[in-house]
Design a protein around this ligand. Structure first.
Ligand code: FAD
Length: 393
């Protein structure tokens, strides 16, 4: 019989409308033609041409694609998710560029910004001419961002920002940073978002080296050493932790789909490999142990896809709640990582090289499991939804 691809088993394509499928296919071709030939070398050297890629992503309409106005494409949530899936089939680092730009930096301005902030930044960011980053995490505060130490102090009509942010994607290459800081007592003592042009004196963003994961992505520290901003640099429409969390909810949705792209790439690579590989005189694909592994992985990939498409449907209807996103983020990153590792076993030693994508995806997925809320944090969100009890502290 003619082999089926893992996702064809459940015909999940039939749940996707024509327009979303067309967008998905465009992104898939772009990934195959433009990114796939380069990705192993970007990963190996740890150098990725983010600025060029942003312009290309902008031309394809991928940046802020699910937002409306300001040059954004205004696609369905599912189309955005599928674009994330295809990009992450290339590499999680490439998907991260699109997630951070669209769902974190642009979304923060789009949702919580002033008209002037939107006009200044969003069209250029949608085109990929300006790159944004999103500074929430600090060296001592990751899962618990409410403890942040970065301060915004009012001096006359100005704001002065002081503090350090850590693990910030695209910090070093960004033109604009969305920085979350706690205001001084006299100004309310609440967390506010600030739109910080990265050429402002006192701002610097050294790159973090020696990463074993997301090597095809720029990760940075942000140093805010008395960064003086005009009064209108604050995002006017939100105060408190709900500001950054609203952005994270957007980005997590993309990751629910994205992680499946990495898993699909691993599984497809592995299915091809086991057909060719001979062990003990016959094809590795003919062994029951191999088929059991492939079957279990396809089951998880298919279930993950159904879950992602259901979340896309709920989001499209404006009914998607944060605990449901946690279900998707927890399951799909965890299962994608398990798939990447299991696929690696089927390639034996060949699986540890960059000639195949398995260990690259597995290493990347370690970051994906941790950022945008760790797996444990999502368990706590779901646990709280189920019991009504918060177990965070
Ligand atoms: P910690 O919060 O110190 O967690 C350590 C461990 O403790 C984890 O297992 C965690 O699950 C567990 N834990 C924490 N709280 C609890 C609890 N209440 N109960 C039980 N266990 C708990 N941040 C940004 O702001 N912007 C970015 O662009 C960005 N990009 C990133 C890119 C990469 C490659 C990486 C790796 C991270 C990035 N991050 C970014 C940071 C990321 O969001 C944090 O790493 C994440 O929130 C976890 O924080 P932490 O690393 O400080 O871990």
């Amino acid at each position: 019989t003619t082999p089926l691809t893992p996702l064809a088993l459940l015909d999940t394509d039939s749940l996707i409308d024509d327009e979303d499928r067309a967008i998905r296919d465009t992104v898939r071709s772009f990934v195959d033609d433009r990114l796939r030939p380069e990705i192993a070398s970007w990963y190996e050297t740890g150098e990725v041409p983010v600025r060029d890629l942003a312009l290309e992503f902008g031309k394809l309409g991928l940046l802020g694609m699910h937002l409306t106005g300001y040059g954004c494409a205004g696609t369905s949530p599912t189309a955005y998710g599928l674009a994330c899936l295809e990009l992450e089939a290339g590499d999680s680092g490439l998907r991260s560029v699109v997630s951070v730009q669209g769902s974190l930096a642009m979304y923060a301005i789009w949702k919580h910004g002033s008209d002037e902030q939107k006009d200044t930044w969003l069209p250029r960011m949608a085109a990929g001419e300006a790159i944004g980053c999103f500074g929430l995490t600090e060296p001592d505060f990751g899962s618990d961002p409410g403890g942040m130490r970065t301060r915004a102090v009012r001096e006359g009509s100005d704001w002065v920002l002081t503090g350090n942010k850590m693990w910030i994607t695209n910090g070093t290459v960004a033109d604009v940073a969305i920085v979350w800081a706690r205001t001084d007592e006299a100004s309310g003592g609440r967390i506010r978002g600030f739109v910080v042009p990265t050429d402002t004196p006192g701002f610097s963003a050294p790159e973090i080296a020696h990463k074993m994961s997301l090597r095809a992505s720029v990760t940075s520290e942000l140093v805010l050493d008395g960064v003086r901003l005009p009064g209108d640099a604050v995002l006017p429409e939100v105060e408190g932790l709900s500001g950054p969390l609203s952005c994270l909810t957007e980005a997590r949705f993309g990751i629910v789909f994205g992680a499946l792209g990495a898993a699909r790439d691993c599984l497809e690579t592995t299915i091809r490999y086991v057909q060719e590989r001979q062990v003990f005189g016959r094809s590795l694909a003919t062994y029951q142990l191999t088929q059991a592994k492939l079957a279990d992985m396809s089951v998880e990939l298919g279930k993950g896809m159904l879950l992602a498409l259901q979340l896309g449907r709920l989001k499209g209807e404006g009914r998607l709640q944060a605990p449901a996103i946690s279900v998707g983020k927890l399951n799909n990153t965890r299962e994608a990582l398990a798939i990447a590792r299991e696929c690696r076993t089927l390639l034996g030693a060949a699986g540890i090289t960059l000639e195949y994508p398995l260990l690259r995806h597995a290493n990347n997925l370690e970051s994906v499991l941790t950022y945008e809320g760790t797996a444990e944090v999502h368990q706590l969100v779901i646990g709280q939804a189920l019991t009504g009890q918060s177990a965070f502290r």
